[in-house]
Design a protein around this ligand. Structure first.
Ligand code: THU
Length: 133
């Protein structure tokens, strides 16, 4: 299995594990880090709704714990007619560990629906370099 297929399979498995009693909307995310290691996350909701966390957040936490800090590409997977593109907060979370060329694959269980660079998804973004004055 090639790496992208492996990422898609892991994202499917992450969707199955999502804890979504409130929205019923399952999301899986899988990061390929610069080391080549893969990290998965799923969304985890909460009875106090705003304290739930997105799938991308979980994958980023796993990546940091795994010793990686650079996202090479990321798969975000969910159901529905509309593209499950990362929410605004998650675009910024990805931005912290990405470059302008980092690829975000927006997927459903059948595979990739649209691939975009971080710069396309979050243009003129604010990141760690902006703090250097
Ligand atoms: N969700 C994600 O996990 N990632 C996104 O980028 C968009 C939204 C989750 C949060 C919530 O559990 C559910 O999808 C509905 O908003």
């Amino acid at each position: 299995m090639n790496t992208l297929d492996e990422m898609l399979q892991m994202a499917c498995n992450a969707m199955d594990k999502a804890y979504v009693p409130y929205s019923g909307f399952r999301v899986g995310a899988v990061i390929k880090a610069q080391s080549g290691k893969l990290y998965a996350g799923c969304n985890v909701e909460n009875a106090a709704y705003p304290t739930g966390s997105c799938a991308e957040q979980g994958a980023i936490s796993a990546m940091i714990l795994g010793g990686d800090t650079k996202i090479q590409e990321i798969v975000v997977m969910g159901n529905g007619e509309n593209l499950v593109s990362p929410c605004g907060a998650c675009r910024q979370r990805i931005r912290e560990f990405a470059t302008a060329d980092t690829i975000i694959h927006i997927c459903d269980r059948n595979g990739i629906r649209k691939s975009m660079t971080l710069d396309e998804l979050l243009p003129v973004s604010f990141g760690p370099e902006n703090l250097k004055c």
